[in-house]
Design a protein around this ligand. Structure first.
Ligand SMILES: [Zn+2]
Length: 455
């Protein structure tokens, strides 16, 4: 395949549409924090925690339902309508003056986002039938999401130096409008409903692969570490800057940009390192960095005065960004390594749901506990969650984690075709060696004993 991924005009349009929508969402995140502070002041954390919890509830409930039915809708019209809805909602946000209105608008906005993502993901394989291009598209999408976490707060910080945050919502609306316009110009085939199983089947397949693959069980723990540390950034930044440090709205964006800067630095440095040492040490180092960042944050939260706290906070926020990137950047590669190409969409969908469940746990803690008990108690609690996550990752994901595994198959339990290259070892067992992933013929991970006997 010499033709570049971005040589495909329809894909290029759709990718740009996705990136515009991502930036729209990112700017909303910054502006929403400032809006919550304007309406709720010291209780902004509780408002943000609730709003983000609503977002995650919508994501884990609406996204699967839409994904199950997206095949039956006129998809281009659907994607355009969702962007128009999102643009309309963010245009309404600057005019609201009650906290409950935030919740209603966020519920509508995130329902549209939750419906957009799986539909978009389902469209890509139809536009890029080539397996390798599709895989590269998945990586490009992941990279775009990582970049967005950095660049939107930076953009917001720059904008806030000259305008008030209300105008950020206008920028967001423009992002969604551009996205809608690009989708209109794209040829999107309607799905042939027979091409994939139902979402229920796909999600069960994805979950089963997660449960049976040791490195993916480790990834579950890592998801929790990312959510625990990330919640501090998403929920607590506005109150920490404005109430504790006495900063302005630009100060909020500066800390968020520091977080994004850490993310970008690591995301850019990582590909070479990943090739040399593999995903496990990188991701565990990332998890360690996040726990260290939380620890430094706890120490910082006990300091009551001093301008040095700005420099320290910037360092802590950047540290948490870099740790998150060290976990998020290799995630796609780990998922690819752990599935046949046919099961890949199911596995990515499972990771989408499972990572959002982790955020669903940590957002309310960051929001409500902060209002009730302050930063120190909240960040200690989140550090305990992160500690649980890193322990799970260390225990579940073995240091020795080869792709190719020699293993046994019991006679009569798998398709004959699978055993074409296998040797018979006794009357009950066959043995062969290949890249091992969980699929219909390999339903559980070979035990260490079995591997040792087989080799
Ligand atoms: Zn096999």
């Amino acid at each position: 395949m010499i033709t570049s991924l971005f040589g495909n005009r329809d894909y290029l349009r759709l990718f740009t549409a996705q990136v515009s929508a991502l930036f729209g969402t990112g700017l909303t995140t910054v502006a929403l924090g400032l809006l919550a502070y304007e309406l709720a002041g010291g209780n902004a954390a509780a408002v943000l925690g609730t709003a983000l919890t609503i977002k995650m509830l919508v994501y884990v409930t609406v996204a699967p339902i839409v994904a199950a039915y997206a095949d039956r809708l006129p998809r281009r019209l659907f994607l355009v309508s969702l962007n128009v809805i999102r643009a309309a909602v963010v245009l309404a946000l600057p005019f609201i003056d009650q906290v409950w209105q935030i919740y209603v608008l966020i519920a509508v906005l995130q329902t549209a986002s939750a419906a957009f993502t799986p539909t978009y993901q389902a469209v890509i394989p139809d536009i890029l039938p080539d397996e390798r291009e599709y895989t590269r598209a998945l990586s490009a999408a992941q990279l775009a999401a990582t970049m967005e976490t950095l660049l939107s707060p930076m953009l917001a910080a720059a904008a806030l130096a000259v305008i008030s945050f209300h105008w950020l919502f206008l920028g967001t609306a423009v992002g969604f409008a551009v996205s809608a316009a690009l989708v209109i110009g794209t040829r999107i085939p309607n799905a042939s409903a027979a091409t994939q199983g139902s979402f229920r089947e796909r999600i069960t397949v994805g979950m089963r692969i997660f449960a049976a693959t040791p490195r993916l069980r480790g990834l579950l723990g890592l998801n929790l570490v990312v959510a625990a540390a990330g919640s501090v950034i998403m929920v607590n930044t506005v109150n920490y800057v404005r109430d504790t440090l006495g900063g302005t709205q630009s100060g909020v964006a500066v800390l968020l940009a520091a977080n994004g800067f850490g993310t970008m630095l690591v995301a850019l440095a990582l590909p070479g390192v990943l090739d040399r040492v593999g995903a496990r040490p990188v991701m565990l180092t990332g998890a360690g960095t996040l726990v260290a960042g939380l620890g430094a944050g706890i120490a910082l939260s006990t300091a009551t005065a001093g301008d040095w706290r700005w420099a320290a906070a910037i360092a802590v926020w950047a540290l948490i960004g870099s740790g998150s990137a060290a976990i998020l950047t290799p995630t796609g590669q780990v998922l690819r390594r752990s599935s046949r190409s046919a099961d890949r969409p199911a596995l990515f969908a499972a990771q989408f749901s499972l990572s959002h469940l982790a955020w669903l746990l940590t957002y309310p803690i960051a929001g409500w506990l902060t209002t009730a008990a302050g930063f120190t108690a909240t960040w200690v609690t989140l550090t305990v969650f992160a500690g649980v996550g890193i322990t799970v990752a260390l225990r579940m994901w073995p240091r020795h984690d080869p792709e190719v595994i020699t293993h046994l198959h019991e006679v009569g339990t798998v398709d004959a075709a699978v055993l074409a290259d296998a040797d018979r070892v006794d009357e009950r067992h066959y043995r062969h060696t290949h890249v091992y992933v969980i699929d219909a013929n390999h339903r559980r991970w070979p035990g260490r004993l079995e591997t040792a006997t087989a080799a």
